[in-house]
Design a protein around this ligand. Sequence first.
Ligand code: ZN
Length: 396
Amino acid sequence: MRNFLVVFLVLFLVGCGSFDDSVVTLIDESDNCVSSVSYPKTSESKLNRKIKRYVKSSVRDFNSNYCSDDVLRQELNIDFKSNLISDRYLNVVLVKTIEDEVWVKTFIFDVLKHKELSIYDILTDNDLMILSDKVKRGLGYDNIEINDLGVQFDDEFLYVYVGDSSVSIPLEELDLRIKISKDLEVVKSYQYKSVSKVIDPNGKVIALTFDDGPSRYTRLIVDLLNEYGASATFFVLGNKVSIYSDTLKYVLDSGNEIGNHSYSHKWLTHVSEEELISQINQTQDVIFDTLGYTPRLVRPTYGSVNQTIKDNVNLDIVLWNVDTLDWKYRNSNKIFKNVLPKIDDGKIVLMHDTYEYTYNALKLLLPKLKDLGYQFVTVSELKEVNSIRNELNKNG
Ligand code: ZN
């Protein structure tokens, strides 16, 4: 008896206007330390150079000071937030964490004049007095050095960072040297295509999965999957979701699945319970707010799982049983040759949609696997197939 599984996906999504930049994610893993760095690539090359310089020196410092052989494995994480206010002021904040220590670096860039603004370009003398007063009282500092403060703003508040603490001041309490208008959020409604698939549980199935995206290669990968009638699962980072909202709508629209891969790729077995929950929940929230979609799956960073994750994360934990080692081989032929003999019915394959060579390896892999009779399914579909197979086996 053949028992076909038919999956219909009808998604009604609500999205909002997005800031059209890309994000660079660098993930590095050695025996002594791990680092995961995300930073925005903006339309402003001068700003990009400043951000890159900061990131490079942070990574260099980390590698020389924390990655020696005789200490415990340490983690560097750099995450960011960015927004464009009044179509003119680009705010970027980089948050660097090494174990429990946090550093905040801020940039405010005038995209009309293509120059970075200092705190003195933004605040009047009177504003600076209000600010010192708030920082002293709010954070309990006796003395502050204005030049050491990091500042950011949105259309409602000015945020002032000292070390890892911050205070916010309503803009209406300040005079300001620059003019900020209330930004209106454009909300559009999207209705997604209904995708119908027929999966034969008696045929061979394989679940391709992509981590650390989305990136500029994600859309190309989805195009390629579509060519072969293939579906896959994308485990995304929360800090990229709103920036790549259109790409992710295309991912879903084409019948793929999205899973949670933390917010900024922190090493989840290495952070506090509070930080763990925040990394997962922030990602669930931004995916829901941007795409109207709720992931059911989580792939823990670096594939490491412990009891705290099992106890606190209410999502299905998905690891893999075929590792393409794409990040290590960095060559599409090598990736293809390494992975092909490991492929078998029901396997979950780990790849990254952040590299061009992975995309090229997929160009080799998809036709080959299709010829071998594989059906390309999402992880949730694979679970369905497995449960149908179990039922069929039970019934004899
Ligand atoms: Zn990852």
